[in-house]
Design a protein around this ligand. Sequence first.
Ligand code: TGC
Ligand code: FAD
Length: 390
Amino acid sequence: MIKQINIDYYQVDDLLSEEHKLIRQSVRDFVKTEIKPFIEDAAQEHRAIVGLMPKLGAIGALGPYIPAEYGGAGLDQISYGLIMQELEAGDSAIRSAASVQSSLVMFPIYTYGSEEQRRKYLPGLASGELVGSFGLTEPNHGSDPGGMETKLTAKGDGFLLNGAKMWITNSPVCDIAVVWARDESGKVRGVIVERGMPGFETPETLHKWSLRASKTGELVFHDVYIPAENVLPAVNSMRGPLSCLNSARYGISWGVIGAAIDCYETAVQYALERHQFDKPIAGFQLQQKKLAEFLTEITKAQLLSWRLGQLKNEGRATPQQISMAKRNNVNMALQIARESRQILGGMGIVGDFPIMRHMMNLESVVTYEGTHDIHLLITGQDITGLNAFS
Ligand code: TGC
Ligand code: FAD
């Protein structure tokens, strides 16, 4: 008989409310029926799961913390984290879709948008009828988005937008894009660009080995006319886009725990079933060391994200605390994916098991939303007061 695997080693569930557990279970059920049976083929074929966004909208996974009057579910930050965890147990591409829509598109429209912009876009984004993307990274500015070259120049009652964004999740399929650009006075402004605006193109980035079930591409702007009503009125500095990243990075810190758990559970089960030298490989000390370290690291990550969620609920989480959790937890998941793959031997490289897919996905997750090294430098600056970026 296979030993029952207890992933809640420190009874972290006791720290969750009944509502949290119900939300987690409903998303877990969704992932079991709507994602797991289809994700491997989608990833192998480099395509998104059919109808994904309306399905995510229907379970309340898009903008979960946006108030109900704008179509959101009005949930707390721990609920948001648990939703991200369950989605990423399915695949990072699914969590990415929900992260971008929630934290990078709905959050800035809700936080910095006019009442008209909120009413026009948020309900459709919450239901998944509209797909959003977020344009910050440029070909020449990834880790240093403050150097952005995309420009807004005044034209009539609005602006002309020129420039290009690169590595943009969902760009090829987006209906709208929240784009960050500098105006003529050097201020960073956020604008809502709609598909169909003349001069706006969204070419796809092909041949990815990572996040293959997610569409990635560019946002290209040639004299795109942006009417004044599409400019976010309540933001004019880098604090705008970086505050969106705080929300997305927090969600990622939870999401990757889901990917790590999926790898861990697969590895434990395989190690107990696979016999070599006349006994289960789980009986060898070298394999037990790996499994013990996985469970220890997952437990630490669960506690880190739960506490961060509590601080976020109270409005007390700092960007630096969020950087620590994003960096630690993504690295934890990536190491577990790499080591789990080895526990499966040759079977670790085929799509019959989810591990290699998680491992390749996590190579993007460790890079986007601030690289592993950038988050270390953010912590270093917080400790020393000295900027080692430039
Ligand atoms: P710095 O001079 O330190 O700050 C400029 C202004 O911004 C403020 N600020 C923040 N505000 C809110 N939240 C934060 N996390 C903030 N960090 C800084 C700061 O207070 C200042 O405000 P003010 O009023 O004084 O002007 O900025 P810097 O240019 O030196 O850069 C700092 C650095 C390197 C930490 C930042 O640029 C950074 O985080 N770089 C990483 C870039 C990044 O993460 N890009 C992500 C792109 S989006 C993405 O990857 C989506 S993946 C989606 C998916 O599929 O899930
Ligand atoms: P670079 O900034 O060129 O970094 C290269 C290396 O140099 C890294 O190892 C980095 O840590 C290191 N480095 C850079 N500066 C320093 C320094 N000061 N000190 C020490 N080391 C340093 N962006 C968006 O705006 N929207 C999206 O939706 C989006 N989705 C993405 C989806 C995918 C699949 C990927 C891969 C990326 C996505 N990104 C998105 C972009 C992502 O945020 C950037 O790739 C990331 O910020 C890193 O930028 P870069 O790739 O230009 O690397």
